[in-house]
Write a protein that binds this ligand. Structure first.
Ligand code: SF4
Ligand code: SF4
Length: 135
């Protein structure tokens, strides 16, 4: 499997490995895919919206925006993080993990998209470090 921010993936025993570094993919220490939520990119299905309404989670329905392909999507922060991502102490955790949407459940750690998000985050981080050293 392979769900984003699945605490099980934090285990170096069961986690898939990053081919760039050989390190286990630790979603809880990463969150790169959840940081790509700007412009309505993390889609929310009609099934998710219906399920949340049945669960009494109108707050989650209200926290969506217009997304790509005429669908709804998770709202994002000015930094591009999904509004349900919580960062702190070197961790990146989904606040709604138990009831997150289909898009999030189906996203696979170790997929090419996952690795692209991780590489992009690494590039951004390296660029930020270089900029701060040149000041
Ligand atoms: S980018 Fe990959 S490793 Fe990082 S949180 Fe998402 S699924 Fe996990
Ligand atoms: S709902 Fe959770 S798993 Fe899905 S993008 Fe937002 S923070 Fe990530």
């Amino acid at each position: 499997m392979t769900l984003p921010l699945d605490p099980d993936l934090a285990s170096p025993v069961s986690a898939p490995v990053d081919p760039d570094t050989g390190a286990p993919l630790d979603c809880v220490a990463c969150g790169a895919c959840c940081a790509e939520a700007s412009d309505g990119r993390v889609l929310v299905s009609a099934q998710d919206l219906g399920r949340w309404r049945r669960e009494g989670r109108e707050d989650l329905v209200a926290a969506t925006v217009d997304g790509h392909f005429g669908e709804r999507a998770f709202a994002s922060t000015p930094d591009g993080d999904c509004v349900h991502l919580e960062r702190g102490g070197g961790r990146a955790v989904c606040r709604i993990y138990e009831t997150r949407g289909e898009t999030c459940r189906e996203f696979q750690a170790g997929s090419w998209q996952c690795l692209e998000f991780r590489r992009a985050r690494q590039r951004d981080s390296s660029a930020a470090s270089a900029a701060s050293r040149s000041r």
